[in-house]
Design a protein around this ligand. Structure first.
Ligand code: NAD
Length: 309
């Protein structure tokens, strides 16, 4: 495993992911960058001398053998990799490995990969998005979706490294297919969150106790990870963001982004999504609603039910 790791983006996901590497690789030096000085300072302090704050993404790349990024959107990924003098590709990058774990559009990811291949033929860029949420990041149980073939030259290294942050490492077949897998997953889980929220709201409106209803779903055909681990009703699942004011999960604006990317992808490849436009409207509405904005995406339950609780 590399002895010098670079990390760019220490937000809700990036911070706990990088913390797992820090704890599990006691002889590795870390070079990190985030535009938020606070996140950077906290991680440097946690690193007890092994974490070095950098002034730019380029500096991270200069100092590291493997560079990982975890930033919100395609525009941020372009900034991190392609900015003329301070981006990762401004570094010499001899034989280095670049892993972008952000969930972004495939066009941006392929553009960064192509720029890397042209400017630095010995380096390799991979899309490597994740699923499992903040809890999965904290407990190193993330699912990784790697945009490469199962027999990729770096697969053993990638599996070992990502295995320190996750429990399921999947080679998805080729460049940008990690992102396709992630967008398909979030399209599905976004719809399940809407369906679960609507069904619970329906039961409550008709006089049912949501706890009784959720217990029935659990042993019936409406069972899902959303119901069991991310239940949208406050108090039903003690660990779910809903039980903590919908804080600390997957921001509803990020779900709107992923849902929109899935709908765009479907249009591009000619796949029919009967609920795509409808679902997108729900996440757009919730993202713009003061009661829901910046909260965990399962807050759609509150949005759809017109609830304040
Ligand atoms: P976040 O907003 O909490 O963190 C993003 C971090 O990136 C912030 O600290 C921000 O300051 C930093 N950043 C932004 N632009 C930067 C730049 N140019 N250079 C350096 N740092 C920069 O977001 P998050 O919840 O950690 O999500 C990150 C990505 O992971 C997103 O693409 C999201 O869709 C995906 N994701 C999130 C979850 C989740 O549950 N939160 C789950 C799976 C995947």
């Amino acid at each position: 495993l590399p002895t010098r790791i670079g990390w760019i983006g220490l937000g809700l996901m990036g911070y706990p992911m990088a913390t797992n590497l820090l704890q599990k690789l006691p002889h590795t030096e870390f070079y990190v960058f985030d535009v938020m000085q606070d996140a950077l300072d906290t991680f440097v302090q946690a690193g007890a001398g092994r974490v070095h704050a950098c002034a730019s993404s380029k500096e991270v790349a200069d100092e590291s053998d493997v560079i990982l990024s975890m930033v919100p959107e395609g525009s941020h990924v372009r900034a991190v990799y392609l900015t003329a003098t301070t981006g990762v590709l401004a570094s010499p990058l001899h034989s280095k490995i670049l892993l972008d774990c952000s969930t972004i559009d495939t066009e941006t990811s392929l553009a960064v990969r192509a720029a890397c291949a042209t400017q630095h033929p010995s380096a390799r860029f991979y899309d490597s998005p994740v699923s499992g949420g903040v809890r999965g990041a904290q407990t190193a149980s993330l699912t990784f979706m790697l945009g490469c073939a199962a027999d990729d030259a770096h697969i053993a290294l990638l599996t070992a490294l990502l295995g320190l942050m996750g429990s399921n490492i999947n080679a998805c077949g080729g460049a940008s297919l990690g992102l396709i897998a992630k967008l398909c997953n979030n399209y599905c889980s976004g719809l399940v969150a809407i369906a679960t929220g609507e069904a619970l709201n329906l039961g409550i409106a008709a006089g049912m106790d949501p706890r009784v209803l959720a217990n029935i779903f659990h042993t019936s055909t409406a069972q899902s990870a959303i119901l069991d681990d991310w239940n949208p009703v406050p108090g039903l699942c003690p660990e779910a963001p809903a039980s903590h004011g919908y804080s600390g999960g997957f921001r509803v604006q990020l779900m709107r982004k992923d849902f929109g990317l899935a709908v765009e992808t479907a249009r591009r490849v000619g796949a029919r999504l009967a609920l795509g436009e409808e679902g997108l409207k729900v996440y757009e509405g919730a993202s713009g609603d003061a009661r829901c904005r910046d909260l965990d995406s399962r807050v759609v339950y509150r949005y759809l039910g017109g609830r304040e609780d």
